[in-house]
Design a protein around this ligand. Structure first.
Ligand SMILES: Nc1ncnc2c1ncn2[C@@H]1O[C@H](COP(=O)(O)OP(=O)(O)OP(=O)(O)O)[C@@H](O)[C@H]1O
Ligand SMILES: [Mg+2]
Length: 361
């Protein structure tokens, strides 16, 4: 099954380009979606981690099955690579119904959406990926469809135009978004259940790596697996990608088995360090500490010093550094935390506290 769709092709900025070329990018790259399809859990029981979401969603689906009705509309929100598409597919398969797939950017006119909605059968699951990128008129059509299971088809143009209401069978909308904050309130309110996906714990990623290794027929030791998991930034997509790169290394430079040592060597070669930082992340920290004494320093200065564009530093490196508690964004500029100094194996200067970010912000 090919689950790709025709997303509008957007021009990529330099920062986006730089980001997508990284081994540690959370977004899927090129052919990756094809590889990923083989690794997706197929049922809720197979899903690793996200236990709260799994329990809640399991209940929603079970209740709907008992009532023999389509479940409430579901919104899946969270950063890339955590399992939104996976869960959407599971919802359809748990309900034993087909999944119709589209995305916000693919729906450029309300008419595109009208065509999709009017083609639905009772109980179908309609998955709208990147739902925050839908056009306003399409959004408004979707409100009505979600609430009243009706589409108003407009015939004609100008003052003579008339809207013909068309009933559509009860369906379940599953929306996915990495930017829940961008969804207009009325749209968010029409979802009966919202699942927020969280970053994964290392022990959960460890189970994911071992499961994927099994599916890919990769021989892997326990410590090899924990090593990959600990460098995966809390993100299953990255864990699976690192596993594939380490597998290459094991095959070409070792005897095919992913041991701790092999994982170590491979990830060092690919420049993903023990905390999941890559070359750019480390360059930013390095310059911040060594050249600017830990800051505060303006982001533009920092960018020049690492030889990157400001956007690349801001959008590509900083989010993970901030999330990892290594860098703080303050009104006076960027500041290295105590953990950053320690990460670089250097003694923090006097006065740098563990959580500088708390009172600098
Ligand atoms: N809970 C999980 N258990 C095992 N594997 C998972 C889990 N969640 C995600 N994965 C794996 O991670 C990969 C990425 O997941 P998925 O495509 O669902 O992410 P996404 O949230 O839809 O990302 P995006 O925002 O980029 O669309 C898939 O190959 C899937 O196999
Ligand atoms: Mg997805």
């Amino acid at each position: 099954m090919d689950h790709r769709f025709d997303a509008a092709t957007d021009e990529l900025s330099a920062a986006e380009e730089a980001h997508l070329q990284r081994l540690t990018a959370a977004e899927a790259e090129g052919d990756e979606r094809v590889v990923e399809a083989a690794l997706r859990p197929r049922s809720l029981d197979e899903v690793i981690g996200q236990s709260r979401v799994r329990d809640q969603l399991g209940l929603v689906l079970e209740a709907a099955r008992q009532r023999e009705r389509a479940p409430d509309h579901v919104l899946l929100s969270g950063p890339p690579g955590l399992g939104k598409t996976t869960l959407a597919m599971i919802i359809a398969s748990e309900m034993s119904t087909p999944l119709r797939l589209t995305s916000g950017p693919a729906i450029t006119h309300a008419g595109d959406l009208a065509a999709i909605l009017s083609g639905l059968n009772e109980g179908d699951v309609l998955f709208v990926d990147e739902i925050h990128r839908m056009s306003r008129p399409a959004e408004e059509m979707l409100y009505v469809a979600m609430e009243d299971f009706r589409v108003d088809v407009v015939i004609g143009k100008g003052p003579g135009a008339t809207a013909i209401p068309l009933e559509i069978p009860p369906f379940t909308l599953v929306g996915a978004t990495t930017r829940a904050g961008l969804l207009p309130g009325p749209l968010r309110d029409r979802f009966g259940f919202t699942a927020h996906l969280e970053f994964y714990e290392p022990h959960e990623l460890d189970r994911i790596v071992r499961r994927s290794a099994g599916l890919l027929d990769v021989e892997l030791t326990d410590t090899g697996s924990t090593e990959i998991a600990s460098r995966s930034r809390g993100t299953p997509r990255i864990a699976n990608r690192l596993l594939r790169r380490v597998r290459d290394f094991a095959q070409v430079r070792a005897d095919g088995v992913v041991t701790l040592d092999v994982a170590h060597q491979a990830l060092d070669l690919y420049e993903v360090d023990q905390s999941g930082l890559d070359r750019l992340d480390r360059a930013v920290l390095d310059v911040l500490c060594r050249r600017f004494g830990g800051g505060p320093v303006g982001v533009s200065t920092l960018a020049v010093a690492v030889g990157e564009e400001r956007e690349t530093v801001e959008e590509v490196a900083e989010p993970f550094l901030v999330r990892s508690g290594l860098l703080a964004r303050t009104p006076r500029g960027r500041v290295a935390t105590r953990a950053a100094w320690e990460h670089l194996g250097m003694a923090p200067p006097q006065g740098v506290t563990a959580d500088q970010s708390l009172f600098e912000e």
